[in-house]
Design a protein around this ligand. Structure first.
Ligand code: BJW
Ligand code: ZN
Length: 244
């Protein structure tokens, strides 16, 4: 691919890269995205599965849905897009701020990751907040109970109407302010507050590069939109390092 020369110059001079990623980066690993043609939410209603009230109303059904997705995540591997980002750490200060819950960036070897929407492999008790990982239980399709207080155990993901937990969002905002280039990869960029991350990066002077199959809510603000599969484009960006 022949990248825009302005981008190649910026990439040559940059020291800090931020990758803001969404479901699209994992699509080539076989994990369905949420929206779009084959999106999970074409068939299933987010409000019936991705909110605390939905969980309390029907914990077994919501648990079963997450258990189904957990099995897919455990049975798959990072793809060439995740690996290219991890490899770039050899040459740049690289931060990953992801909306994904699939831990594929970590498995690909990235070392600085903020998970804005949590992780599907962690769980916690809704009553006493005790954490459980997937080895702590024989997880099946019925919601498990806390060993300490018998409360319901839920996945450690962020549902609609919930605040983002821990330091992930403030960390992401700080990294957005510090990066030279912000790559926005495989996200529809419609879910807030996550979608403020590239907007903040732009406000603080970063060069914004979008990698997606199609234009998104963010495209107007991007300095450079590259349309295609992230699993093909990111390795080509990695190759620029050696050509520079
Ligand atoms: C490829 C590709 C390939 C495919 N290569 N590309 C301001 C305005 C309006 C609404 C709000 C607002 N602020 C807050 C809200 C409400 C709400 C929200 O944002 N709603 C909007 C949808 C309208 N936000 C919240 O509720 C958040 N909390 C909050 O605001 O707390 C404060 C509060 C407290 C109390 C009351 C009210 C507010 C929390 C949001 C949590 C989102 N959680 C989910 C589910 C996680 C758990 C789970 O996994 O089940 O996170 S929703 C879902 O969307 C998931 C994702 O992380 C997130 C983003 O989706 P993403 O990653 O962008 O995926 P897609 O499918 O949308 O897009 C994929 C893209 O990839 C597409 O563009 C494809 O083209 C592309 N693609 N293949 C490159 N090979
Ligand atoms: Zn408990």
């Amino acid at each position: 691919m022949d990248f825009k020369s302005e981008f190649k110059e910026k990439f040559k001079k940059a020291k800090s890269l931020l990758f803001f990623t969404g479901a699209g980066i994992s699509a080539e690993s076989g994990i369905a995205t949420f929206r779009g043609k084959d999106g999970l939410w074409n068939k299933l209603k987010p409000e019936e599965l991705a909110s605390f009230s939905a969980f309390m109303k029907n914990p077994d059904m919501v648990w079963e849905w997450y258990q189904y997705r957990r099995n897919i995540v455990e049975g798959t591997l990072p793809n060439s897009g995740h690996y290219a980002i991890a490899e770039l750490e050899k040459y740049y200060n690289v931060d990953v701020v992801t909306q994904n819950v699939d831990n594929l960036h970590e498995r690909a070897g990235s070392t600085k990751i903020d998970e804005l929407h949590g992780s599907i492999v962690r769980n916690f008790c809704v009553d006493c907040n005790t954490f459980y990982n997937h080895q702590d239980f024989e997880f099946d399709n019925k919601v498990p109970r806390c060993k300490k207080c018998n409360g319901l155990i839920r996945p450690d993901v962020v549902w609609f109407g919930e605040n983002l937990r821990g330091h992930a969002f403030p960390n992401g905002e700080r990294k957005a302010k510090e990066c030279d280039i912000c790559f926005v990869v495989g996200t529809s960029a419609i879910v807030y507050p996550a979608a403020y991350i590239p907007i903040t990066a732009k406000q603080y002077g970063a060069y914004i590069v979008e990698i997606n199959l199609e234009p998104t809510e963010l495209s107007d603000q991007a300095d450079y939109s590259i349309y295609g599969k992230s699993g093909e484009i990111l390795p080509q960006i990695l190759r620029l390092v050696n050509n520079n």
